[in-house]
Design a protein around this ligand. Structure first.
Ligand code: SF4
Length: 461
């Protein structure tokens, strides 16, 4: 039998409890267990005036931002509409049915003002990491690092080719916020100072973003989101926004490793990364700090004409020489020079040479140095550290590390597909940093919620 037509009936009084209407299995219930914002009021005390109209509770704004980043709602205007309508979001934000939802403009005012001045979003992220450590999800033994390109809010139509771009033409007093941030970061290693090479195009609206074709497709403006993760459970222990070039991404490794050591006393036994991080100076820095580099060596000494490469020669550290496949020595010095400046080049590269007479009589010369009188091999300053990485690459542990490295790639896939962070909404280095911090916080909270779901209480009748 067909039931009666459903008619909207306006009741005068309702007995309604938000607590009862949010399902026990809702993701926000599990996340709520780990959101501890007790400290943020104390953190912000010095940034609020003691007089004037009371402001909107910063805890409410943070809870709303967490809802937005956990569920891929990054437009603040839409976030306000969603929180207004969604009972679970209201419950998480501690808003009752009749409580007013803040206006979307409140977010930008706070973000550009006291949130940035107080580094509140970093404080929030680090609070979440501390909770992950407290819950036993982070051992700090094995860490992995990687970077992912996130498209900036900038278009080529609004850009200038490098021949016509001159930062000294910009008047900071008359420039938008993102342009002022670009000027402020020109000397920072993660941005302007990362490379002297000018990008092909510079955006007018967000000049700190990098014009890049690194994805082998059409070029676009982007920032790099750098993650340092603990591989036990894939918890993000640090995050950093940089320009999308290798030097800046690799440089952020040092920044993040130093920061997790200072903040959480985490010092990994190994660092796992891809070839981009396998440069001599980076490997040397890691080996000096007793961090095993589980990283493929970035080596350009390979040859493509089929002749023997440097890897075919054996290094004899004790006698400071290479031994060629025919068993002859390649030496740096064959006699004592009175001039101490002779020898290694100014760039820290040493040259090792075989004897001309030996090579001329050698049956393997066509495979070794067909176009030279004698074979020469160069050895860079950090070759010892490279050798440490090469030796690690032969171990079973390295194979395991290469599988663990996928965890950081999966986090980036999750960031883009589930949290929807494919294109930034905010401009400038600070905007990128804010978005990356909030997204990493949301990912860690979702991880905690997945591993420790909220206890299921029976519903009250
Ligand atoms: S050519 Fe010279 S360096 Fe090369 S294998 Fe022969 S002796 Fe050794």
């Amino acid at each position: 039998m067909m039931g009666p037509r459903q008619e909207a009936q306006a009741s005068l009084f309702y007995e309604f409890s938000l607590e009862d209407h949010v399902p026990q299995s809702h993701l926000l219930r599990s996340i709520d267990q780990f959101v501890d914002l007790a400290g943020i009021r104390a953190h912000l005390t010095d940034f609020y005036s003691h007089t004037g109209r009371p402001s909107i509770d910063p805890e409410l704004l943070i809870r709303m931002l967490l809802v937005g980043y956990c569920f891929g709602i990054r437009s603040e205007r839409r976030l306000c509409e969603e929180v207004y309508l969604n009972l679970a979001y209201r419950w998480f934000c501690r808003l009752d049915l009749t409580d007013r939802v803040p206006d979307h403009s409140t977010f930008s005012k706070n973000r550009h003002g006291r949130f940035r001045e107080s580094e509140l979003l970093r404080h929030l992220f680090e609070t979440t990491v501390a909770r992950c450590i407290a819950e036993g999800l982070v051992s700090g033994q094995r860490m992995a690092i990687d970077a992912s390109l996130i498209e900036a809010d900038a278009n080529k139509q609004n850009s200038t080719p490098k021949e016509e771009w001159d930062a000294s033409d910009i008047d900071p007093a008359d420039a938008p916020r993102a342009v002022r941030e670009y000027l402020d970061t020109l000397d920072e290693a993660a941005f302007g100072a990362a490379s002297k090479v000018q990008p092909k195009f510079t955006s007018h609206s967000d000049p700190a973003s990098q014009w890049t074709a690194a994805r082998k497709g059409p070029a676009f403006f982007s920032y790099s989101d750098n993650y340092l993760i603990d591989t036990d459970h894939g918890v993000i222990v640090d995050v950093e926004a940089t320009r999308s070039i290798r030097q800046a991404e690799v440089g952020s490794t040092k920044t993040m490793l130093k920061r997790v050591k200072a903040k959480f006393d985490l010092h990994p036994e190994r660092l796992i990364a891809d070839t981009a991080y396998g440069t001599g100076p980076m490997l040397g820095w890691l080996v000096d700090r007793k961090i095993a580099p589980h990283i493929p060596v970035f080596d350009k000494s390979g040859r493509n004409d089929g002749t023997w490469t440097r890897a075919d020669f054996e290094w004899d550290a004790e006698n400071d020489q290479y031994i060629c496949p025919e068993g002859h020595a390649l030496k740096q010095f064959r006699r004592n020079y009175s001039d101490p400046n002779r020898g290694p080049t100014g760039k820290g590269t040493a040259r090792y040479r075989a004897l001309k007479l030996t090579c001329q009589a050698c049956p393997s010369k066509p495979k070794c140095c067909p176009n030279a009188d004698a074979r020469k091999i160069t050895r860079e300053e950090h070759e010892d550290a490279r050798q440490v990485a090469r030796d690690i690459a032969k171990t079973r542990q390295y194979e395991i590390s290469m599988k663990l490295r996928k965890k950081v790639e999966m986090l980036f896939a999750h960031l883009k597909r589930i949290l929807g962070l494919r294109r930034l909404r905010l401009r400038g280095p600070c905007g990128a940093n804010d978005e990356f911090l909030l997204a990493a916080t949301a990912q860690n909270l979702r991880k905690l919620a997945k591993i420790f779901p909220a206890p299921q209480k029976p519903r009250t009748a």
